[in-house]
Design a protein around this ligand. Structure first.
Ligand code: NAD
Length: 320
């Protein structure tokens, strides 16, 4: 059923649909009545993330690497392109795969959308802003990225993806949109994926010290996954080309986050300070004026509530 933030899609292809964000999107699209084809190579995602969807009418799972080329059984009217390693631990382990996915994979996904007459939406990232010299970041900021630093493989693949998406729209008239997602968290993150929220929760639930990098004063803004999914679907439905920031502007230091996780889990863990990764951004906060104004979208779940839900889920799975 369509509402102000959605539209009745008939058939959506979600690349990277077996990942953390993608699996929530697949479920939301099925709930809205769309048929969904999830295309994933399981390089960082898990079949288990979509196993509950396999019995639902209209859901198809295809194992394929988008960079190697892929086909779907019937043309979609929406293609959400999320395939890409996303956590630093993953893209540092898979640097060439990350670049191939962001470049060749994005080209393949754009070509499929164009052939099908589908709307295409690229899941880009706040990492296109790099280690920003402006805070908060709005969509007009060009970013501050080190192309030859360790994070360059991800940041530059996404920047290339944005340029390619724009070129496809200009050269071929493809109906494209770009969402720049900021740090998202929630159920189905992997405890070992290296991102702060699952790391702290895993450590707290295992009675280990929480490892905060640097002095912990660096900030992130954390968006609960249900809010991110609503934002992505709103941008898809609106038809805007973007880019548009989708994130929660409530900025939090990593030290405060560690204390909050400790409190909410009841773990009373110690905090250990460890070395900060190279080129780790000092601040990260979205300006969401555009999303609020054009999409009528804003996050609804505050960090305490989102962490409670996430911790609840982590308690139900093995976190080792
Ligand atoms: P994730 O690693 O859980 O999901 C990515 C999915 O893409 C995985 O299922 C993986 O197996 C799949 N994949 C990777 N390369 C592929 C390829 N070549 N072919 C087919 N499938 C491939 O990560 P996530 O956190 O769910 O992120 C999803 C998307 O959102 C990514 O594009 C990421 O860059 C973007 N994003 C996420 C965040 C966040 O905080 N989670 C923030 C900004 C942007």
């Amino acid at each position: 059923m369509a509402n102000a933030l959605s539209r009745d899609w008939e058939h959506a292809v979600v690349t990277g649909g077996a990942g953390f964000v993608g699996s929530h999107l697949c479920a939301a699209l099925l709930d809205s009545g769309a048929a969904v084809t999830c295309v994933d190579d399981f390089s960082t995602g898990r079949r288990g993330n979509v196993s509950a969807l396999l019995d639902r009418p209209g859901f198809t799972l295809i194992q394929a690497d988008v960079a190697a080329g892929f086909t779907v059984e019937r043309p979609p009217d929406l293609l959400l392109h999320l395939a890409s390693p996303a956590s630093p631990a993953d893209y540092l382990r898979l640097p060439l795969h990350t670049m191939d996915t962001g470049s060749i994979g994005t080209r393949n996904a754009l070509d499929l959308a164009h052939r099908s007459g589908a709307r295409f939406l690229l899941a880009s990232t706040c990492e296109v802003y790099g280690d920003p010299q402006e805070n908060p970041q709005d969509e007009r900021y060009w970013g501050h990225v080190n192309p030859v630093g360790p994070r360059g493989v991800y940041d530059e693949a996404k920047r290339f993806g944005e340029a390619l998406t724009t070129a496809h729209a200009e050269a071929k008239g493809t109906d494209t949109g770009i969402v720049r997602l900021f740090n998202t968290y929630g159920p189905r993150m992997r405890g070992q994926d290296g991102r702060a929220v699952p790391t702290f929760i895993r450590q707290a639930l295992n009675g280990q010290p929480l490892t905060v990098t640097g002095d912990g004063r660096q900030t992130r803004s954390l968006c609960y996954v249900d809010d991110t999914v609503r934002g992505i679907l709103a941008a898809a439905a609106h038809g805007m080309r973007g880019p548009v920031n989708i994130g929660n502007p409530a900025e939090i230091t990593m030290l405060r986050l560690a204390h909050l996780v400790s409190e909410l889990t009841g773990a009373s863990s110690e905090i250990h300070f460890i070395a900060r990764p190279t080129d780790d951004p000092a601040v990260r906060c979205p300006d969401i004026t555009l999303a609020r104004g054009k999409l009528g979208w804003e996050p609804e779940v505050d960090v305490e509530e989102g962490l409670r839900r996430t911790i609840e889920w982590f308690r139900t799975v093995l976190v080792r």
